[in-house]
Design a protein around this ligand. Sequence first.
Ligand code: EPU
Length: 330
Amino acid sequence: MTSSIDWPCAALPHAELAARTTMHVGGAVEWLLEPATPAELEQAWRCVHEHGLTARVLGGGANVIIDDGLLEGVVLSTARMRRLFRPRAAAGEVGAGEGGSLELDAAASEPALPDPAEDPRLVAWAGCTLPALLRAARDLGYGGLEGLVGVPGQVGGALAMNAGGRWGAIWDVVERVRVLEPGGEARELAREECEPRYRDGALGERIVIGAVLRFEPGPRSEIEARMREYLHAKNAVQPVSQWSAGCIFKNPDPELSGGRSAGRLVEECGGKGLTRGDAIVSPLHGNFIVNRGRASAADVFGLMDELRERVLQETGVLLEFEVKRWRRSS
Ligand code: EPU
C-alpha cells in the first residue's frame, strides 16, 4: 500500500540501513525518508501519520542496532539536515524561517555577525554531526564540548540520549532545543524546561529538529589540547575506530554494583573476548561489542543477551541497555 505515497522529501524504498549505523549490521526498511530541512521533516512526519504509519528516527546510527531482514514502515533520517551556523542576533527566538531554516528572528534587520567571543553560540540542525560541531567550536574558540571528542553521531540523537561521559555531556551547552511534538507541532523548549538525566535527554516521543548551543569562549590552543588529551585517554581504553555502537549498557547505580562500571562487571564475569559469528565483546573494553566485518544483528543481540544474563547470574546486577534495539515485529 505504501508504494503509492507521494512523499514530501527524498524517499528510498527498501533502503539498506547497515552502512547508516556505526555497528554496520542489520537489514533494510520499507521506506527511508530523508528530509533536508526542518520544514521537510515536519511535512514528512505529517505525511507518515496521515497514512497511519509510524516512523522511527535515525540520526548518525551511533547508538542503535538494527535487526536483520526487512523492517516494517518508515525510517526518518536526519542525515541531510546537517546545517550548523552562528546566530546573527544577540537575542531572539529560534524559528522556522524562510525555507524552514532554523534561525534567529532578528537576522534580517541585523545582518552582521557579532564577534565570536561576544555571542559564543551555534545553531545546529539535528543532522549536524558531532565531529563537525566539535571542529567548528574548536575553530571559533568555543569550549564546553571537548568531552565528546571521538563520539560519532549527530546532534539530534546526542540530545535524545544525552551523549557524554566523564568529561561532560551535550546538554551542558544547550540553550534551547526545537522539537516536533508527538502531535506534529514544532515547539521550542528552553533549557530550564528540560530535565536531561544520565544517558537520557528525557524528551519522550519528541523528535529533535535542532538546538541553540551556548559555549564558553576560551583560547583555541587550550580547547584543542583538551580534545587531544581526552581522545588519547579514550583510545587507550575503548575500540574507538572499530565498528561498534558505543557502550552497550548504561553504568549501573554504584550502590547496587559496588561502584563497578558495566564494562568492569562484564570483565569480571569473563565476558571479554566472547564471540558469535563476527561479533566480539571487545577485549579492550567489556561494554563494547565490535563487528569484525560480517556480523549479523542476531549475532550482536545474542551476545548482548548473553552478557546481561552472565552479569545477572554472577553478580545480581541487572544491566540496562544503553543502545536502542530496533527489532522486527515478526
Ligand atoms: N573497566 C574495567 N574493564 C573494562 C572496562 C572498564 O575494569 O572492560 C573499568 C575501568 O578501568 C574504569 C571503569 O571501569 O575504572 C570505568 O571505565 P571507563 O573509564 O572506560 O568508562 P565507562 O564508565 O566504561 C563511560 C561512558 C562512555 C564514555 C566514557 C568516558 C557509559 C555507559 N559509558 O564509560 O560512553 O566514553 O565513560 O567518558 O556511561 C557510550 O555511552 O557509548 C560511551 C562510550
